[in-house]
Write a protein that binds this ligand. Structure first.
Ligand code: HEM
Length: 483
């Protein structure tokens, strides 16, 4: 009997919410697809097969389903769907984020993991993180002296952008070709384009025409030219520079150019300047906004939950008492602070649907048969709020991680802010080093008040939509200097 039931499951399709002719379920996504898909999953279950235009798409919304995709059958779920926008911006998928699963991706990933994102490399950038954080603290202190509110979106963006510029391009953000507001607008436009649903991806033949008419092609051309021009300039500057650098670390362009040279010398010619640019663009697009968004959510949740704010500030001020700054060494002692960050990433995974995946072979998902070449979305946002796994999932309670082994490093499938499996975010350690140092210092030095008599209950926590779930209403707070 059991065998018959098993066979029945093997041949049955996953549940599919009814859609419309041609567009399928596209119209049901709305402007925050992770939330709409979570609602659909409540009705249709943790494994759904939807249709986005002509593209069958598997949506996974439980830890058990995520585990099957990211661990049990990891290889089968490791490719990326083609994306018209990513193909155009990423030099036809020669980067790491959007490269299809292949020998090529494996080689690129090895270079990135060993050379760019290793613990040793992350540590070599410590002076940059420290210097930029000091600068930020002083600029917030100036606002505190005036009693002014600061726009934390702007502050956090400038901070993460300054760090990435220094470590990746060896340049200061200020006075660079791309500066301040212009850069913020450019990066937001690009993530919006990458997160949008280009018609060409979902409607064969006519889609291309629709995108052309809608102006998407010219928008992409414009974005491509700006990024490519910038990267060309940075690379040329590094190639022409014969000055002995005053900084002790190799920046990421230095490392990539060195690898390129080694490849050419050994006769391997696949690692070209275009690959160098592809990786740099991944770091540019993946490394700036993500950290800033996470920092902003952490501060917003802390202001909304004053008792948590007090507890975490007491901890930081206890361990760093008598010091004017929190150092990276101090952070190891901050147990509750680390729980606060985990809880922030649980409620606010920056990429709520991770990066779309694609099946590489005919496979299965919790007993359902799945075709090769199916697009796969893992709803990390919904999984991290699943009431079957999390007690009072909508509440910000860092204590839930006390005596718990659950963390965000891809081994616990109920908490996946950095994804998991072989395509897990390789920039995780780099990102965490920045987030921890900056947040600890902001909480150590300042108390944070809401402006104009606003109460914590009135703080708007709505999310914006697209590739990243950012805080829609900018967070403005008044810093009070505790120095
Ligand atoms: C809070 C900060 C960050 C978050 C939440 C985040 C999240 C993610 C997620 C969810 C993925 C997709 C994983 C999957 O498909 O399973 C990813 C991939 C990636 N991330 Fe991050 N990321 C962050 C910061 C960074 C930084 C700082 C860098 C680089 C300096 C970076 C570089 C990348 C790259 C290159 C990939 C593609 C990996 C591949 O496809 O092989 N990320 N990230």
């Amino acid at each position: 009997k059991n065998k018959r039931r098993h066979n029945f499951m093997i041949h049955k399709q996953p549940p599919s919410p009814p859609g419309l002719p041609v567009i399928g379920n596209l119209h049901q996504l709305g402007d925050r697809p992770h939330q709409s898909l979570a609602r659909l999953a409540e009705r249709h279950g943790p494994v759904m097969l939807i249709r986005l235009g002509f593209e069958p798409t598997l949506v996974l919304s439980s830890a058990e389903a995520a585990k099957e995709a990211l661990k049990t059958r990891d290889v089968d779920y490791s490719s990326r769907p083609t994306s018209f926008c990513a193909g155009k911006l990423m030099y036809n998928y020669v980067d790491l984020v959007f490269a299809p699963y292949s020998e090529y991706w494996r080689e690129m990933r090895k270079i990135c993991v060993v050379e760019l994102f290793s613990m040793k490399r992350v540590q070599s950038f410590q002076p940059v993180r420290t210097e930029v954080t000091h600068y930020l603290i002083e600029s917030v202190a100036a606002s505190a002296a005036e009693g002014e509110a600061v726009d934390l979106g702007e502050v956090c963006f400038e901070l993460t952008a300054s760090i990435i510029f220094k470590i990746a391009f060896g340049r200061s953000l200020k006075g660079s070709l791309m500066d301040g507001k212009g850069l913020e607008k450019l990066l937001h436009e690009t993530t919006a384009v990458l997160g949008s649903f280009a018609a060409a991806d979902f409607f064969p033949y006519v889609g291309w025409m629709v995108d052309k008419l809608s102006g998407l092609h010219s928008r992409l051309d414009r974005l491509f030219e700006r990024f490519d021009g910038f990267l060309e300039d940075v690379i040329q500057e590094h190639l022409n520079s014969d000055k002995i650098k005053d900084n002790q670390y190799e920046d990421i362009v230095d490392v990539l150019l060195r690898i390129h040279k080694e490849h050419v010398r050994s006769g391997a010619n696949w690692f070209t300047m275009t690959n160098v640019k592809g990786i740099l663009l991944d770091i540019f697009l993946g490394g700036v906004d993500t950290g800033a968004i996470a920092l902003m959510w952490a501060l917003a949740e802390l202001v909304k939950n004053p008792e948590v704010m007090k507890k975490v500030q007491d901890e930081i001020r206890h361990w760093a008492s008598g010091k004017d700054r929190v150092t990276e060494e101090d952070i190891d002692n901050l147990k509750y602070f680390k729980m606060v960050i985990k809880e922030t990433l649980r409620l606010h995974p920056v990429g709520p649907l991770l990066v779309p995946k694609k099946t590489t072979a005919k496979t299965q998902m919790l007993g359902y048969p799945i075709q090769e070449g199916v697009r796969v979305l893992i709803n990390a946002w919904a999984i991290a709020r699943d009431p079957k796994v999390w007690h009072q999932p909508e509440k910000f309670i860092p204590e839930r991680f006390k005596d718990s082994l659950v963390d965000y490093r891809g081994q616990h499938f109920e908490l996946l802010p950095f994804g998991g499996g072989r395509r897990i975010c390789p920039g995780m350690n780099m990102a965490m080093a920045t987030i921890e140092l900056v947040l600890a210092n902001m909480l150590h030095r300042f108390d944070w008040k809401l402006p104009d008599g606003m109460t914590p209950e009135e703080l708007d926590m709505e999310e914006g939509g697209g590739f990243t779930a950012f805080k829609k209403v900018p967070l403005k707070l008044v810093p009070v200097d505790n120095y």
